[in-house]
Ligand binder design. Structure first.
Ligand code: ADP
Ligand code: ADP
Length: 218
């Protein structure tokens, strides 16, 4: 079963820029694929295509996930809501009862190590903790597909390593299909089951490197 399949995908923007060309990839449950490459090679565009935010100009994109979550670099939290209420948003949109969504938000915050911070507002939290809330909000949706656009890019080095460990732990527990964009090769190798290297203008996949499960991590 494949959760996300791209075949021969290209994207040309109305400006005339061709952001990426002939990209094919497939991932299923338990696959965590990272895409590395220099700035401007089309990584964000690839993720936006996979998420349906942009339409491809050639090729096909098949998403077979009942639910998809996104995590962006800026944690995009609602500043006027507490950490718990940010995570509860997903349940609200799904029409869950108050009791149900509270319970699920609490579980998700516990998983990312934020027990005790439920009632704090985003501005009261550090960058790392905001990213934890963002991960909790993504996971509470029980996604079959999780898309990450350089989520740890703005964090300091120590917090970044911390969050990588955290995400590995969550991935092993939840086994969603993950597509993760980064320009850090070490981050890619640490996190993923497979690394795709993109390069060029327009960007294309120039190498595909499987990472063995027993690769020493941390
Ligand atoms: P990366 O994430 O690897 O830095 P992007 O996907 O953001 O690369 O961009 C790839 C190329 O597409 C760049 O040349 C960029 O300027 C261009 N591009 C991205 N978004 C748009 C857009 N909405 N309109 C026109 N050109 C765009
Ligand atoms: P930053 O992102 O600003 O570098 P950190 O996320 O590393 O900051 O955390 C800043 C402070 O918050 C530290 O004192 C850290 O111990 C504390 N902190 C971070 N996460 C937690 C947590 N899950 N539980 C308790 N304290 C935390």
């Amino acid at each position: 079963a494949r959760t996300l399949v791209l075949e021969g995908v290209s994207k040309r923007f109305p400006t005339g820029t061709v952001a990426l060309t002939d990209v094919s990839l497939g991932l299923g449950p338990g696959d965590f694929v990272t895409v590395v490459g220099p700035s401007g090679c089309g990584k964000s565009t690839l993720l936006r295509l996979a998420s349906g935010l942009e339409r491809a100009t050639a090729g096909s994109i098949d998403v077979r996930a009942a639910s998809t979550s996104y995590v962006f670099q800026d944690a995009t939290l609602l500043e006027w809501r507490s950490a718990a209420r940010n995570v509860e948003l997903v349940g609200e949109l799904r029409g869950e009862s108050k009791a149900e969504r509270r319970k699920r938000a609490q579980e998700a915050l516990d998983l990312v190590g934020l027990t005790g911070f439920e009632s704090q507002h985003p501005r009261q939290l550090s960058g790392g903790m905001r990213m934890r809330v963002s991960l909790a909000r993504a996971l509470v949706a029980e996604p079959e597909l999780a898309l990450f656009d350089e989520p740890f890019g703005a964090l300091d080095e120590i917090t970044r390593l911390d969050m990588q460990t955290e995400l590995q732990k969550l991935f092993r527990l939840k086994r969603f299909a993950g597509l993760f964009i980064t320009h850090s090769v070490s981050e890619a190798v640490y996190l993923s089951t497979k690394v795709l290297v993109m390069s060029g203008r327009p960007g294309r996949i120039v190498a595909e490197i499987p990472v063995p499960w027993d690769y020493p991590r941390a």
